[in-house]
Design a protein around this ligand. Structure first.
Ligand code: G6P
Ligand code: ZN
Length: 583
């Protein structure tokens, strides 16, 4: 057995290591600076305290982006030096974010051990490669992201750090081959276990969904399917689940080989970045004669996000979670005993609220960021939740789950078609959405993103909007001046949340303008960018009349968009005449 020594390395604080909505994300060139990663990792160990680190099992893996392999070796050496008993690594360093959550919660190691936390190496939907982003975040024992109490402590530690510990002479571990490698340290044995990235996750999915029924749908001659992993880590699961388990054809998979740079693309599953899938599904400029699959879906880099498409049809994420919640009990065995409650993030449309009301379910509106759902789930208050930012999930883990969302939709399709797999025409994604609108009404919804805006200008714009709220009469003058056909603003505020479980308060979570007819405008600064600022503008309008739910959403929302741009003086403050991305 190789024996290692613990080395104490002197270091000094490095600016800007404050974790954002979902961990620390920076350009690779920032991460590879001497001590950069090490300072953050040691600050995390210190924040967790020695008794939560010593003797434990730590998961280290991620979406496989550029610099992951080097980072994994560094973290293994630091874990050894900080008294961690064993490190678990997904083969080739790959584990999707939802799979990490599942591994922490459910996996039992070859020696009967269980994990107590994880470093997830990902910058999610941000591009990867030597000139793009890298990221790291810590997840806790419940499988969810570290709460603010811990991330604040980590940040404080990064500002005072003087030293870190590393087993410099520990040889690099072969993470391409499964198995256990043992080392001897001053405090005893240290193991690295490399395991198959997909098995635990596949097992969990099979315990939630009726794979037999989905298999029947997929083998139905009328059903066609397409899944795009955008060269992210979802590719490591797609073949196992969709092809091997569910019998889809290999040609149904697009971009399913994980790549360090995501093939040069932007691994974000939306109508702008998932170009190939969007074209294949007949959205955008396509020939109406083209053969188009019945169902399409995509994932982001670390496979926690999802986009759901029907034939020439886009399902907004806000509708998606509402439709899953409305059908879960009938279509998904895991929920057959009923839903404990449902939740959405504040900027997500109120489609879920209407379902919760109809079904008499507990309902929560939380700030943006998955960690807020985790608390509700740990307290048994929430089964299904979702966000407008293409995140959907349930209490099976404590992260959003891209493949779960696809399986949920396949389950609903299978359930609706179960008497009719061989029939002339299947119930389609579009039929399901239209049925939903007829029952519950439709929330027209769109999001405008202004990416990489000057950070100072973005702050000024937000401050202006906060100030404007104090005078509703001034607000309504601007609204009327912009469009006389838009309802009055009756309320405006900055969203603040008191966690019903731990009582913690989160302030400044976005600015809301609420209209008399239920329409909403929300302005928020993104917490996940790595450069400059991204302003997000969320626009929503409720339509109850079933004869008016079939309009084009950009057209239906046109007047409200106009109002939003005038109200915020978007062009004046940012110099932008158009958003970078519209979803
Ligand atoms: C991550 C989090 C999500 C959150 C999203 C918001 O994906 O996991 O829970 O909705 O970031 O991103 P933003 O850029 O809007 O802060
Ligand atoms: Zn992600």
């Amino acid at each position: 057995m190789v024996v290692f020594k613990i080395v104490r390395v002197e270091t000094t604080p490095i600016d800007g290591q404050k974790p954002g909505t979902s961990g620390l994300r920076k350009k690779v060139k920032v991460f590879i600076q001497p001590h950069y990663l090490e300072n953050f990792v040691q600050s995390t160990f210190n924040a967790l305290t020695t008794e939560k680190v010593g003797g434990t099992t730590l998961v280290v893996s991620g979406d496989g982006r550029y610099y992951s392999k080097e980072a994994i070796q560094i973290i293994i050496k630091m874990a050894a030096a900080n008294g961690v008993r064993r490190v678990w690594v997904g083969q080739n360093g790959l584990l999707s974010t939802p799979a990490v959550s599942a591994v922490i919660r459910d996996r039992v190691g070859v020696d009967g051990s269980r994990a107590s936390g994880a470093f997830i190496l990902t910058a999610s939907h941000n591009p990867g490669g030597p000139h793009e982003d890298f990221g790291i975040k810590y997840n806790m024992e419940n499988g969810g992201p570290a709460p603010e109490g811990i991330t604040d402590k980590i940040y404080e530690n990064t500002k005072t750090i003087k030293e870190y510990f590393i087993a410099e002479d520990l040889p690099d571990v072969d993470i391409a081959t499964t198995g256990v490698t043992s080392f001897g340290g001053p405090e005893g044995q240290f193991d690295v276990e490399v395991f198959d990235s997909a098995s635990d996750y596949v097992k969990l999915m099979k315990s939630i969904f009726d794979f037999e029924l989905i298999r029947k749908l997929i083998s139905s001659p009328k059903f066609t399917f397409c899944y795009d992993a955008l060269h992210g880590v979802a590719g490591a699961y797609a073949n196992r689940i969709f092809v091997e388990e569910l019998g889809a054809q290999e040609s149904s998979l697009l971009n399913c080989t994980p790549k360090e740079d995501f093939g040069g693309g932007h691994p974000d599953p939306n109508l702008t970045y998932a170009k190939e899938l969007v074209a294949r599904m007949g959205l955008g400029k396509s020939n109406p004669q083209d053969e188009v699959p019945e169902f399409g879906a995509a994932a982001d880099g670390d496979a926690d996000r999802n986009m759901i498409l029907g034939k020439r049809f886009f399902v907004t994420p806000s509708d998606s979670v509402a439709i899953i919640a409305a059908n879960a009990v009938q279509a998904i065995p895991y929920f057959s005993a009923g839903l404990k409650g449902v939740a959405r993030s504040m900027p997500t449309s109120a489609a879920l609220d209407v379902v919760a009301k109809h079904l008499n379910l507990k309902f929560f509106e939380v700030p943006t960021g998955w960690k807020f759902f985790g608390n509700l789930m740990d307290a048994g208050l929430c089964s299904v939740c979702g966000e407008e930012s293409f995140g959907t999930g349930s209490d099976h883990i404590r992260e959003k789950d891209g493949i779960w969302a696809v399986l949920a939709w396949l389950s609903i399709l299978a359930h609706k078609n179960k008497e009719n797999f061989g029939g002339e025409k299947l119930v389609t994604v579009e039929d399901i959405v239209h049925q939903h609108w007829t029952t519950y009404g439709r929330h027209y919804y769109t999001r405008y993103d202004y990416e990489n805006v000057d950070a100072g200008a973005a702050k000024v714009l937000m401050a202006y909007l906060v100030k404007l709220q104090s005078s509703l009469s001034e607000v309504n003058e601007i609204v009327k001046g912009a469009r006389s056909d838009v309802a009055k603003v009756v309320d405006a505020d900055e969203f603040e949340y008191k966690d019903p479980v731990d009582g913690s308060i989160s302030k400044h979570q976005g600015i809301r303008y609420l209209f008399e007819d239920g329409s909403r405008l929300v302005f928020r600064l993104s917490g996940t960018g790595s450069e400059g600022a991204t302003i997000r503008l969320y626009i929503e309008q409720y339509e109850k009349d079933p004869s008016k739910t079939g309009r084009d959403s950009q057209e239906a929302l046109g007047p409200l968009v106009e109002v939003a741009l005038k109200l915020s003086k978007m062009q004046e403050f940012t110099g932008r005449s158009a958003p970078t991305v519209i979803t």
